[in-house]
Every structure is written in structure tokens, then in C-alpha cells.
Design a protein around this ligand. Structure first.
Ligand SMILES: [Zn+2]
Length: 117
């Protein structure tokens, strides 16, 4: 049993920094995967790290920017792979594996983070 990690961050004071960090990583990984995307939305959410719409818009919890680099990049890669595969099929996870072959472990560790305001 791992300890619970609480990210207590104020949205208003962190959203611009979050947008800068997340946008830079999205640009990097989108180029790596050869995909294009629509808009990037940075939000204060309680239950989700990120999502990808069928219009290729990406949505991220602002707290993603302040996670350890590996977790931050995993979430960004996860959503970028949804630009190619809008599902969690075998092909989707193969794409994620290109950068995160140990995605199962990262996925589990992320559950230790509690999203509170
Ligand atoms: Zn997903």
C-alpha cells in the first residue's frame, strides 16, 4: 500500500504556468507521434487528469503540470495517443508503449494522487 499524495494547488495562481508546461509537452509528443490537435483546455477538475474529444481537442487537469515528470508525460502521451486511437484498444496501448512500456505501473501509481482543491 503506497501513501496517498495530495496535490493542493490553487487553480488561479497556477493555471498559466500549467498551460505553458502542458502546451510545450503536448507539442513535443504530438511531433513525436506525427499527430495534429485542436485546442488545449486547462481545467480545474476533481476526477480526471485529461481527456481527448473526437474533434481532436485536448483537455488537461492543471495539476498534471506539477506531477513528477514521468507521470506528467504519461498523461500527455496517453491523450495524444487518443488522437490516433479514440479507445483503449490493444493498438492504443501499443502506441503508449512507445514511450511508456511500463504504463501499467504508472497508471496504478497515479491512483495515489488525490485531486482536491
Ligand atoms: Zn484513455
Amino acid at each position: 500500500m503506497q501513501e496517498l499524495i495530495i496535490l493542493r494547488l490553487d487553480y488561479q495562481t497556477h493555471k498559466e504556468e500549467a498551460r505553458n508546461i502542458i502546451t510545450a509537452r503536448v507539442e513535443f509528443f504530438a511531433q513525436q507521434y506525427g499527430v495534429t490537435y485542436g485546442r488545449i483546455a486547462i481545467r480545474d477538475q476533481r476526477t480526471r487528469w485529461g481527456s481527448c474529444s473526437n474533434k481532436k481537442n485536448l483537455n488537461f487537469n492543471f495539476r498534471v503540470a506539477f506531477l513528477p515528470d514521468e507521470f506528467r508525460d504519461y498523461i500527455i502521451v496517453h491523450e495524444i495517443c487518443h488522437l490516433k486511437e479514440l479507445n483503449h484498444s490493444k493498438r492504443f496501448w501499443e502506441l503508449v508503449s512507445q514511450f511508456f512500456p511500463h504504463y501499467t505501473s504508472i497508471h496504478k501509481q497515479l491512483r495515489n494522487y488525490k485531486l482536491i482543491p
